[in-house]
Design a protein around this ligand. Structure first.
Ligand code: ATP
Length: 308
């Protein structure tokens, strides 16, 4: 699949979600959240910064939030060019999608789970990303701002970077969808069209999309940092907690494309690498519910431990 095809697929996924009946409050809220993100991208962002010529880059680390935003971003790219294509004098089918790869940046700072590294590389292929990956031996000794400074030296045409941060993330509360970086950062525009999303909507859309998601979420992770600073979310431990209800059974059973595939109603999680399984056994002796059993934003990061 090239960038045009995967963007069209993301468009179809998004449209299908928007057509869902309002079965639950979560679905209703998620549809509103999608519409607002779509408005930011189509009306405020693509009209000011061209998605084609490298003015916009996408910050991607394989996490669930940036994956949701990536699906919506690609969906909007398709819509933007499809609508533009339709209004041009030539038939759309004779035109080519104007981009081959999506400029993307990943700052590789710390020892990361191999499962996540592989997921980033697999999804780079799947979503046709042109991924700039910082060198870990350099990035680990510097802060994020300096890593982005290095990135901008190599890609000086970058004016704006898409970021999958939400209001409920640390320091996310007062952010705006479009804003300049702080004075201690290299200068670029932060594009943050996912700020208003709640955790429940992230899971609802991602599970419905039927897209592969990082295998760590399948074993109790709800937010993924470095190996030194992340464990499965203790609220999802099967030891000492009540039985947890699954809120997304409908999304999983009716996920996009499932009726055609006739496949078993499971979630597509990427393979959990053996070294990560071994590591898990050293940090916990419990089993965990998958990450999508947690929908309370306030404890989403309970598995992210501060470095001492
Ligand atoms: P999760 O919380 O489940 O790990 P996530 O990684 O998408 O999901 P955050 O960790 O809250 O979300 O990060 C917010 C956003 O910041 C990401 O969606 C991504 O756009 C950007 N980001 C964070 N870390 C990096 C990184 N190392 N390299 C590039 N972008 C990053």
């Amino acid at each position: 699949m090239g960038l045009g095809e995967i963007s069209e697929l993301c468009y179809r996924i998004t449209e299908s979600y928007l057509q869902l009946p309002n079965r639950t409050d979560i679905i209703t809220e998620t549809k509103d959240a999608i519409r607002l993100t779509r408005e930011y991208l189509l009306d405020d962002i693509f009209t000011r910064w061209s998605p084609i010529n490298g003015q916009i880059s996408f910050s991607y680390n394989g996490g669930k939030d940036c994956q949701v935003l990536l699906l919506l971003y690609l969906s909007c790219l398709w819509e933007f060019f499809y609508i533009n294509g339709k209004t041009s004098q030539f038939d759309y089918e004779y035109q080519k999608f104007p981009m081959k790869l999506l400029p993307t940046v990943f700052i590789d700072q710390d020892a990361t789970f191999i499962t996540l590294e592989k997921f980033i590389s697999e999804t780079s292929q799947r979503y046709s990303l042109s991924l700039y990956e910082s060198r870990r031996e350099v990035s680990k000794n510097q802060n994020m701002a300096d890593s982005f400074r290095d990135f901008l030296k190599i890609y000086p045409e970058t004016e704006a970077i898409v970021i999958g941060i939400r209001h409920t993330d640390p320091y996310g509360e007062s952010l705006k969808p479009i804003q300049k970086t702080d004075s201690n950062w290299p200068e670029f525009i932060r594009l943050q069209p996912l700020l208003h999303w709640k955790l429940a909507s992230i899971w609802s859309f991602l599970l419905f999309s039927n897209e592969p998601i990082c295998g760590l979420y399948g074993v109790g992770f709800t937010s993924i940092g470095s190996m030194e600073s992340t464990v499965p979310n203790p609220y999802l431990s099967k030891k000492g907690n009540d039985v947890l209800p699954l809120q997304f059974e409908w999304e999983i059973n009716n996920a996009f494309g499932k009726e055609k595939e006739g496949e078993t109603k499971t979630v597509h999680v990427s393979n959990l690498e053996e070294s990560d399984q071994e590591w898990l056994a050293t940090v916990t002796d419990s089993d965990y519910y998958p990450g999508w059993y947690l929908i309370d934003d306030s404890i989403e990061r309970a598995g992210r431990i501060k470095k001492g």
